[in-house]
Design a protein around this ligand. Structure first.
Ligand SMILES: Cc1ncc(COP(=O)(O)O)c(C=O)c1O
Length: 382
């Protein structure tokens, strides 16, 4: 099957008893044993649930991994992976990454002795010396919010020389555009709340891994810790994934048009979008991903525009998530990255003039008109 067909046919053959075209929802928390010492394969829903099993198989197939785990949020997925490590282990991370991941490490896992180090993963001379002795590297590419691109095959091959695991947060790309496990990574995580769910109506996370050792370690943690996704949400997630190719195509087309338009606007001083030829990671991104995605960040010249852009939108809504049908605008410094150490934020450029757009599927003219109405044209510029 071609990629787009594969997505549409998700779950269509999961109920042979009735031939139902969409997957069944099993709300049961417990399962009757047919005989002493025998199981149907399902005993108790925290350990295994038939609807969740479908979602997990779908995600393992799409990411080309050996095993997938579906969880109650993206942060639960990240926490599951961090729980693989032991006190004293050191993780190297992108200095630009989702603020919640930073908070989880600095405020929670640091208390259990897990050490972290934030470096520019786009510059080999900054990350290569940190690999010796590291237990893992945690990467977003493109990063949130500055959309920096990390060379995944290069990083994975160097990390392997040092025995460090590579964990990729693939939320921005999804397996439709980028498959890190095929590029040498060991584990992929997702906030499935975003593009995979796609409708801003389900909070979910996914972990996909390669190899039996990681699969066994994560299986133990998944049902021991218990942050599993409920069957109704698994069903919503599966329904969302079926239309992922359609949504992504439109979001990307719109994002490219909005990025080009922002680039030409005199009130905008910088645009970050990996689909623009001038983006420093353009070539690397093209080699490892088949699409540039729907996320754009940009800086305004007049900081007063920030407030206007955020609060006054008719089409572009001021709300914190991403990857849904509606175009959303976020202010990383005060929202998604508010908890990140202010020094680190300043050093990497998450400043007050920065805004992040998750471009939706609306008519692109409406998106641009809505932004245009609220952006200042500096005197004499037009
Ligand atoms: C890149 C990335 N990873 C992880 C998360 C956390 O996911 P969730 O909000 O589903 O817990 C987010 C949330 O915004 C994110 O943007």
């Amino acid at each position: 099957m071609k990629k787009d067909t594969q997505y549409v046919h998700i779950g269509t053959r999961t109920d042979p008893a009735t031939g139902a075209i969409c997957p069944p929802i099993y709300p049961a928390t417990t399962y009757r044993h047919p005989e002493f010492g025998k199981s149907t394969g399902y005993d108790y829903t925290r350990t295994g649930n038939p609807t969740r099993a479908i979602a997990e198989q779908v995600m393992a197939d799409l990411e080309e991994g050996d095993r997938a785990f579906v969880l109650s949020s993206g942060m639960a997925a990240v926490a599951l992976v961090f729980s693989l490590f032991a006190p004293g282990d050191r993780i190297v991370l992108s200095d630009d990454l989702y603020g919640g991941t930073w908070r989880l490490l600095e405020r929670v896992f640091s208390r259990f002795g897990l050490r972290s180090e934030y470096v520019d993963l786009t510059a080999e001379d900054s990350w290569a010396p940190r690999l010796a002795g590291a237990a893992a590297v945690f990467v977003e590419t493109p990063t949130n919010p500055l959309l920096k691109v990390v060379d995944l095959p290069r990083l994975c091959s160097r990390a392997k020389e040092h025995g460090a695991l590579v964990i990729v947060d693939n939320t921005f790309m999804t397996p439709y555009w980028q498959k890190p496990l095929t590029l040498g990574a060991d584990i992929v995580v997702h906030s499935a709340t975003k593009y995979l769910g796609g409708h801003n109506d389900v909070l979910a996370g996914v972990v996909v891994c390669r190899g039996p050792e990681l699969a066994d370690g994560l299986t133990l943690l998944h049902h021991s810790v218990g942050a599993v996704l409920g069957p109704q949400e698994c069903w919503l997630l599966l329904r969302g994934i079926k239309t992922l190719p359609l949504r992504l195509a439109r979001q990307q087309e719109n994002a490219y048009a909005v990025a080009r338009w922002l680039q030409g606007h005199p009130g905008v001083s910088q645009v970050y979008y990996p689909g623009l030829e001038g983006h420093p990671g353009y070539e690397v991104h093209r080699r490892q991903a088949s699409g540039a995605g729907g996320m754009i960040s940009f800086r305004v010249r007049d900081v007063r525009d920030v407030r206007r852009l955020l609060i006054d939108g008719q089409v572009v809504l001021f709300a914190e998530s991403l990857g849904g049908l509606e175009t959303l605008i976020t202010h990383p410094a005060s929202q998604t990255h508010a908890d990140v150490d202010p020094g680190l934020r300043r050093r990497i450029g998450i400043t007050d003039d920065l805004l992040r757009l998750s471009v939706g599927v609306e008519d692109v003219e409406d998106i641009i008109d809505d932004l245009e109405r609220r952006l200042t044209n500096p005197p004499g510029s037009r």
